[in-house]
Write a protein that binds this ligand. Structure first.
Ligand SMILES: *Cc1c(COP(=O)(O)O)cnc(C)c1O
Length: 463
């Protein structure tokens, strides 16, 4: 199919609300935030921090979070009527843009047939077929309701498999700066947030809950090889974001992922690629298809839900057959495989083809060239790190290859840049340690308007 931006443009484009960006001569007009401020004040009184997920509260950049009211294509509108080009995309799922007509039509049709049955459906079988066909390392898959749940299930399956004949083989290696959701055992240096070596990131997590979690350092090839052998016969699984994006986007050093594959095999442990963000985002086969490494287990989420709450874990048949009711590893879900979520996910996955990824790469590359040009013009040494439609602008003089380096970025400057972009009608992730996303609705006009905003915002940010 032809994935031009207009193909995904919402049907409501006649209402005058999805017109292109205001003329460049127009000064920033996104200062009005009376209603967002009022809602935030109200929310803080009755919801912890005023939000249902911490980063939304703008804690990392300061100021008042914008309460969003409507999305269409590449755009978002807040409660005060401000319009933004959106690069958050609900943190990854919205690869087709907001309110994609083909998702909405499919969901509407499914609504008429019922929203949940708590019994198997053909939709789940089709979803499993599509996922297994797209990601060859996945021979069997289990659907769940979030990325967090997917990782929890995958780790339990991995340990069930690893401990089947050796109860000592229960340790997990994870990497500083990699985020795998909010399960207790994984809240150790889990991306953005205050961290202490060897201690949980979160209150309420006991030492016992992280006793089997061993911390590695992403892109440290020699150190990690040693660590894998040190844990050796006690190692059940190494979990990694193959291309981390929860410390901002960081590329693997050549040989790092290859080493993980070889050494886990050598000591008899499993390798889990957490592709909740990169799955169907960087390629139909995920990052594993780009680096050509076959993990034993993979977790998915975000895009496969098409904007609804979904996660999935899958991989080797012998490991997945450990999962109940096929095997002894318990895992269940009242709404797992939910018909609405499966419908939205399938509509999304079926819309993605080679042309889609070529289009996303093209727009991503245009944005990269424009931003790098603007950085040069302003004499700012920063790093635009990108993979296809995912990108992070690190205010850092050196390339970022590790969590330590990511943390050395100028967070105050990012905050100034973020707010200057917001005022210019561009909604970026409200934290340095996050990836931004281009969707298939981001056309040439949106990219050009964004580059122009970057030019203005960098002038503000460098002061
Ligand atoms: C978003 C994310 C998760 C958690 O998914 P939720 O749906 O937020 O629970 C896990 N792993 C990675 C790599 C993610 O990006």
């Amino acid at each position: 199919m032809n994935n031009s931006a207009s193909n995904f443009a919402p049907a409501t484009s006649h209402d005058g609300l999805t017109d292109t960006m205001p003329d460049s001569a127009v000064p920033p007009t996104h200062q009005n935030q009376a209603r967002s401020s009022a809602l935030f004040a109200q929310a803080q009184n009755i919801m912890p921090g005023g939000v249902n997920s911490p980063v939304r509260a703008f804690g990392a950049v300061g100021g008042t979070p914008r309460f969003m009211e409507r999305g269409a294509g590449a755009y978002l509108w807040d409660a005060d009527g401000n319009k933004y080009i959106d690069y958050v995309g609900s943190w990854g799922p919205l690869i087709l843009g907001h309110a994609a007509p083909l998702i909405n039509d499919a969901v509407r049709a499914q609504l008429e047939r019922g929203t949940t049955f708590g019994a198997p459906t053909a939709l789940e079988v089709e979803m499993a077929r599509v996922v297994c066909a797209a990601v060859p390392s996945i021979e069997m898959v289990r659907m769940v309701n979030s990325g967090t749940e997917a990782v929890m299930g995958a780790l339990r399956a991995a340990r069930g498999w690893a401990m089947r004949d050796n109860s000592k083989r229960r340790k997990l290696i994870k990497f500083a700066g990699c985020y795998h959701g909010h399960a207790d055992a994984l809240l150790v240096q889990a991306g953005s947030g205050a961290t202490t070596l060897g201690a949980p990131d979160s209150a309420g997590v006991t030492p016992a809950q992280i006793a089997d979690t061993v911390l590695g350092h992403y892109n440290d090839i020699e150190g990690t090889r040693d660590l894998i052998h040190e844990v050796g016969a006690e190692l059940a699984v190494v979990a990694v974001e193959p291309m981390p994006a929860n410390m901002g986007l960081v590329h693997p050093k050549s040989g790092f992922l290859e080493m993980l594959r070889e050494e886990t095999e050598r000591v008899g442990a499993l390798l889990l690629f957490d592709e909740v963000m990169t799955g169907f985002r960087v390629a139909k086969g995920g990052y594993q298809s780009l680096c050509d490494i076959k993990p034993d287990l993979t977790t998915l989420g975000k895009i496969i839900g098409g904007g609804f709450p979904v996660g999935a874990y899958g991989g080797r048949r012998d490991v997945m057959e450990m999962v109940s009711p096929a095997g002894p590893v318990y895992q269940a879900g009242t709404l797992s495989g939910n018909p609405i979520a499966m419908t939205a996910g399938l509509a999304t996955l079926n819309a993605l083809d080679d042309e889609s990824y070529a289009q996303l790469e093209k727009r991503g590359a245009q944005l990269e060239v424009g931003i790098k040009g603007a950085l040069k013009q302003h004499g700012i040494a920063a790093q635009l790190q990108r993979q296809g439609s995912m990108w992070t602008l690190f205010f850092n003089a050196n390339p970022v290859q590790s969590y330590e380096q990511a943390k050395a970025s100028d967070l105050t400057m990012y905050g100034r840049f973020f707010h200057a972009m917001l005022e210019r009608g561009v909604y970026l992730p409200p934290a340095q340690f996050e990836a931004a996303f281009v969707s298939l609705c981001h056309g040439e006009d949106e990219i050009n308007a964004t580059i122009e905003a970057v030019n203005g915002a960098l002038g503000v940010a460098k002061q």
